[in-house]
Design a protein around this ligand. Structure first.
Ligand SMILES: CC(=O)CC(=O)SCCNC(=O)CCNC(=O)[C@H](O)C(C)(C)COP(=O)(O)OP(=O)(O)OC[C@H]1O[C@@H](n2cnc3c(N)ncnc32)[C@H](O)[C@@H]1OP(=O)(O)O
Length: 678
């Protein structure tokens, strides 16, 4: 059968004037090459690693006190683990690149480079580069006064606000390591992360603003700090006030306010000059076993990855206005703040993007003259369900690029976006926390075809492997997303992971020495576009929020009547999104009734977050197990998603799998009925 025809939806109206075309011409000139199009640049970028990354360094104006003469030694280009040494000679600072590149690019220290917005309130504050530098300088000096040094960890439980960015930049100016959880995350979820990395100072918001509500979180911050003081050597809690409130607790007893913490500090900034691979940030990812993994990303890795993506893949420049919707827990946070690296104005938004109404939120985009809007497939589907039409977005006439991530953007959504928003570059991108960026995303000098991500990202040697580890991308067949060459934003390690055992097991065991992402994809042989078909591992991903079942099992351990449980994602065919099903096996003589289900849900909401609550909880007679005592999530995930499977001989109780078949391909209404019977 021949493949369905491709529908071309967009092509850049002025390719010659894009950043990527300037880069192509420079590469040809500098290296006597004949790169003709995106595919040639991509091939060169993944085969001539040293030449590509050196040119990217120059083209994106990296600020450094010591510039490198090479990016990677020839002997290091063939391995991904242990992480190869990138730009070993360079000395630089992350905050300095943020605060000075914007100036180099725009030439105006007084123009606005950051805008803070909050749900329901519109514009809160505009900040110029001059003001941002002062705020970062003050905080960096206050941190230094509190004893913070290189490699100390400083944590935030705070929203996507200008204050959070100021903490991030101040910490990185000192060469300390930043880490952050979004404030809606439950206490236990935050402690599972921060108890591992042992921050010396904790900054926390006192209020959350979400869904038309103000939710207090000062008491939560105080409790978190108390645990961290006792168990992880925390020295100080600093509260970031979100409103002009009086505090009922006395600041001196339990916390400092940001104002008190800053009092008397100097504004001048000293940027520590650091190695490229100096730790910058710790981000988290959870799996099917063990505590959350603490991925350590580097100063230079994050910087180069974001610069290449924002300047070359998204064609951003000082006239751009970038608005990436995100929380501070997602890796998209790095994108949201990195607009400054191209001299663009970044908009930091705090709250729900569907409140007070979808239409009011869209008006913000128009009012702010946004040129680059980063969102998710789930959000775009909410707009579609909300019957948003091209009339509703006609005022957003500055828009040039929409990026979508989190989950699969369906072919019909591509059509909907073009019918509604008109001619924009629609980049469906995918990568992750693991690599501080994208494997697959946008290419301004390639067309957009319905249902297909445009291209593999520059510098990322993405291939598709069959079960047997054979490269099959040119055949059009589906297989595992792997990356077979090193890139600068490889994490250096998991924090506290001796001998890198967990790190290696997470990415390099499935295919020896090759990065295995856990996504099932296929490539269109003529356009080299990529389609994501779903997760190939058991990471849960409802509405684009990724987390691991281990976090759910951990919460359930307090319920003494539960013998065991199994948590899997069920893929819906209707919108290619997934819903989380939790199967509970009760101890003899106990039943999983309504009350218990509600208690489980509320405990998960409290310990982790509302976003972790499974859609359905069912009592199961038996959980399939392997001979070495592991629950077989993969098999059940496939069965409930309607796939036919042949149980492997390692499952000790394969007969119990038939019970799970009743959930296959059932729509929500049917599940609701079934659910009410159980
Ligand atoms: C390159 C890469 O590959 C990188 C990545 O993918 S990074 C991951 C990117 N992920 C995404 O972009 C996720 C996309 N999804 C979304 O942004 C959101 O689902 C959405 C904004 C589209 C819709 O949000 P929503 O309407 O709040 O729904 P949802 O997210 O399902 O929230 C679930 C619950 O959490 C609550 N919640 C969410 N955020 C909250 C917050 N900040 N404070 C308090 N409560 C919150 C909601 O109120 C809701 O609670 P109830 O169930 O009690 O009503």
């Amino acid at each position: 059968m021949s493949p369905p025809p491709l529908t071309k939806l967009w092509q850049h109206p002025d390719i010659a004037n894009t950043n990527i075309e300037s880069f192509r011409r420079l590469a040809n000139e500098r290296h006597s090459l004949n790169l003709r199009d995106y595919h040639d640049i991509w091939k060169w970028s993944t085969e001539s690693l040293n030449a590509f990354w050196m040119l990217a360094w120059e083209f994106t104006h990296v600020k450094a006190s010591v510039h490198p003469t090479y990016a990677i030694a020839p002997s290091e280009t063939a391995r991904l683990t242990p992480t190869p040494m990138w730009f070993p000679e360079a000395r630089l600072n992350f905050a300095q690149n943020f605060l000075e590149t914007a100036y180099i690019q725009s030439g105006d220290i007084n123009s606005t480079i950051l805008t803070g917005l909050r749900e329901g309130e519109g514009e809160l504050e505009d900040v110029s580069l001059y003001q941002l530098r002062h705020r970062v300088g003050l905080l960096a000096n206050a941190l230094r006064r509190s004893g913070i040094q290189q490699l100390d960890r400083v944590a935030c439980v705070s929203s996507n606000s200008i204050n959070t960015l100021v903490v991030f930049l101040a910490v990185s100016a000192l060469g300390a390591t930043f880490t952050c959880c979004s404030p809606e995350m439950g206490e236990n979820g935050i402690l599972d992360r921060f108890l591992q990395v042992k921050p010396k100072i904790l900054f926390a918001d006192d209020w959350i603003v979400y869904n038309n509500q103000r939710i207090p979180c000062l008491e939560k911050a105080i409790r978190l700090a108390s645990h961290l003081r006792q168990q992880a050597g925390l020295l100080q809690l600093v509260i970031i006030p979100r409103f002009d409130d009086e505090y009922s607790n006395s600041p001196t007893d339990q916390f400092d306010t940001l104002e008190a913490f800053l009092a008397g500090a100097s504004k001048s900034i000293l940027y520590e000059q650091l190695k490229f691979m100096h730790p910058l940030i710790i981000v988290y990812s959870s799996g099917t076993t063990g505590p959350p993994k603490c991925l350590v990303h580097t100063v230079g890795g994050v910087l180069m990855k974001q610069k290449v993506e924002q300047i070359l893949c998204m064609d951003m420049n000082p006239s751009s206005v970038y608005f990436q919707y995100t929380t501070t827990s997602w890796i998209m946070y790095l994108y949201a703040v990195s607009g400054l690296l191209s001299g663009a104005r970044s908009i930091l938004y705090d709250g729900s993007p569907v409140k007070p109404t979808v239409h009011k939120f869209l008006k913000l985009l128009a009012h702010q003259r946004v040129t680059h809007f980063g969102t998710s497939a789930h959000y775009l589907s909410l707009l579609e369900e909300g019957k948003v039409t091209n009339k509703d977005v006609s005022e957003i006439d500055s828009l040039k690029v929409i990026t979508s991530t989190g989950s699969v953007l369906t072919e019909s959504q591509y059509h909907w976006v073009y019918n509604t928003f008109g001619p924009v570059q629609l980049s469906s991108m995918s990568g992750g926390t693991d690599i501080a960026g994208a494997f697959v995303g946008g290419a301004p000098n390639l067309p957009v075809y319905a249902g297909w991500c445009q291209a593999r990202t520059l510098g990322m040697k993405v291939q598709i492997y069959s079960e047997e580890g054979e490269a099959i991308e040119d055949t059009g067949k589906a297989g595992e997303l792997v990356c077979t060459a090193p890139f600068p934003s490889l994490p250096i390690s998991f924090w506290g992971d001796e001998d890198n055992k967990r790190y290696k097991a997470a990415y390099f065991e499935r295919f020896a020495g090759v990065w295995h992402q856990g996504d099932f994809i296929q490539m269109e042989p003529t356009t080299q576009g990529i389609q994501f078909l779903g997760r190939s591992d058991n990471v849960l991903n409802p509405s684009g929020i990724r987390f691991g079942s281990a976090e759910i099992y951990n919460v359930l351990s307090v319920f003494t009547n539960i013998e065991d449980s199994l948590c899997v994602g069920q893929r819906r065919t209707s919108d290619k999104d997934e819903q989380v099903l939790l199967f509970i096996k009760m101890k003899d003589g106990f039943k999983c009734d309504w009350q218990l289900r509600e208690r489980i849900k509320s405990r998960i909401r409290h310990d982790l977050s509302s976003r972790h609550v499974p859609k359905y909880i069912f009592q199961t007679p038996e959980i399939p197990m392997t001979t070495n005592g592991k629950k077989t999530e993969t098999v059940v995930r496939k069965i409930v998603s309607g796939q036919k499977i042949t149980p492997s001989s390692t499952i000790i109780n394969p007969e119990c799998l038939t019970w799970y078949e009743q959930f296959a391909g059932l729509n929500s209404d049917f599940l609701d009925k079934l659910f009410s019977k159980l």
